[in-house]
Design a protein around this ligand. Sequence first.
Ligand SMILES: Cc1cc2nc3c(=O)[nH]c(=O)nc-3n(C[C@H](O)[C@H](O)[C@H](O)COP(=O)(O)O)c2cc1C
Length: 243
Amino acid sequence: MRKLLIMILSLVLASGLAALAACNSAADDPADDPVDGPSGGTQTGEPDEPSEPEEPDEPDEPSGGEEQPDEPDEPVADGSVLVVYFSATGNTEQVANYIAEYTGGDIFELVPVEPYTSADLRWTDDNSRVVQEYAEKQAGTLETVELEDVTVENWENYDTVFLGFPIWWYEAAWPVYDFVETNDFTGKTIYTFCTSSSSGLGGSTEVLEAMAGGNGTWLDGRRFRSSASQSDVKSWIDTLNII
Ligand SMILES: Cc1cc2nc3c(=O)[nH]c(=O)nc-3n(C[C@H](O)[C@H](O)[C@H](O)COP(=O)(O)O)c2cc1C
């Protein structure tokens, strides 16, 4: 009986130990103990290997591998265009530049041998150069204001000439006379343009046409305000059907 009791106790003890061992081995297996990490993944207790930094994308090859020329986005006149101008204080020059840019024309500035200073231009001062010249002009005694250059290279190649000036006492400023008297406008179309505080072209075009001996087709162009914009100029050029 005593032997039987010892055997039963031994069996119970053995099976208890076996169960305990099984429990311990399950607790050591990390795969059986998931914990949500910050990224929702599974932490195993070991720190993650740092992932390799991503290679930066290769820059795209330019298509065709060559630089593409800029598309011209502005109209350019078919024939040869020349923009000639005199400007004492820069307003007419600005318009002339806009015309040349928009038509793709060449530009030629009329520069007096003796340029006008701001004192020369004081029309309210009886002793200023412009007031004296104006008096002489009215009296028919004004000597032509000499220009540094009146000869345009390849003049014969230009079909269309824009001629610009400021308005001085309701007419084209007289420094343009030297150019108009010297050149032959035969076969050319001439568009006059001016800047002024408020006056229009008045009789400027007719006076200049007569000075050119009636040669060429002289057309009244446009008067611009002193601070004309590029779009003012474009809208005018668009009406001329030359581009
Ligand atoms: C001597 C002189 C006379 C002028 N006479 C007139 C005129 O009769 N009517 C007018 O509207 N502006 C007149 N002005 C203003 C100019 O026409 C205007 O400022 C013009 O835009 C100047 O052009 P510029 O900067 O190309 O020289 C006169 C200016 C000067 C210096």
